[in-house]
Design a protein around this ligand. Structure first.
Ligand SMILES: [Zn+2]
Length: 130
């Protein structure tokens, strides 16, 4: 992983924004930050702001603490962004009973175990039972 790319990524996260890299060659977004496109190895990746909208691709409820200050249970999830990239994240502000595959979610930035992370909550308007 390239330090410069990671730094840019976290600068945006600090402002509550998720930015993705976009390969002009493949015309695809890519995540996680890296120095070249995983598809064509081109290094001309462009930073673009994600709209932060996506859908739950899969999820599991985690009951076991892997880190001391993990808040269990929590919802570990793969979310597919509208931009087409899939990321491993957490669903927040949502009870384990309410989450479901294909649920519409939107990105919020939270500190998880002291580390800023893009996590997702149910889109506004949906009743959350959390
Ligand atoms: Zn590419």
């Amino acid at each position: 992983m390239c330090d410069d790319q990671t730094r840019i990524y976290y600068q945006h996260l600090k402002q509550g924004e998720l930015w993705l890299q976009y390969c002009l060659n493949c015309q695809e977004h890519t995540f996680y930050p890296r120095s070249h496109c995983p598809g064509c190895l081109d290094q001309q990746l462009e930073w673009r702001k994600s709209q932060g909208q996506g859908r739950v691709y899969s999820y599991s409820i985690i009951h076991v603490q892997s880190l001391a200050d993990d808040d269990v249970p929590y919802i570990y999830s793969l979310v597919t962004l509208d931009e087409g990239v899939r990321l491993a994240t957490r669903i927040v502000d949502c009870s384990p009973e309410a989450v479901h595959v294909d649920m519409g979610v939107e990105m919020v930035v939270r500190a998880i175990n002291g580390q800023l992370m893009p996590v997702f909550k149910p889109v506004a308007g949906l009743k959350s039972q959390a």
